[in-house]
Design a protein. Sequence first.
Length: 226
Amino acid sequence: MKKKFGAIYYSAYFVERVLVKISATTSAQAIEAVGVALRVLKGLDEAQEKNPFLTLSFGTDALRVYFKGQLQFFVLARKHRVVIFIPGVSQIAESKHLADAIKNAVDLFAIEQDYISWILRNDEVDWLQSYIASNWSYEEASIPAAEVKHPRHIPGEVRQVVLTEFLSSGGWCPGVSGITKRHKLESSTAIEFDHILPHTYGGSNGFLNIQVLCAECNRKKRATAS
């Protein structure tokens, strides 16, 4: 079921988590939260398609959002509410900037947990989408062609499938044949999407030809290929 329907399966499960334990007194709150969940999932999916450096990955009750190969935040499905959770704000620049911006938007975000977790409602979803569009933009002209050649051509849904499988299997970088060995990555390690058979040699952009490598291994592979 998961492999056949992919993001649809996980999205349905995400919404189901929001709807748990509905009563007569909480039905309106639950329905409102479902609307928020659907809006944020749709908005992030559209952003993923437009931006090759933004990739989503579903977990059990959370949507993980990556930018430039690093985890930035989680969108969590909770009972009758949707929450944004930002881990490791001191380690990743974009994550810290987002957390600081949310803290400054005192008229919007209700605190779920001090400093790292806030409740999303419709206005907060609008704010988050605007923030991502403005601060995590993809400027092709400002990036060397060698850096965008691969990610530019890999569809968002393919990146999402590959990243989800990579994380669910334990986060192991397969390494580069004859150069580096398979090794487990820390959650803060930057990752990149790689064509197993290089795109220049006819490698497809389908998920069977795309893998996740740590940034260091991908640089070594490119250097060897050139």
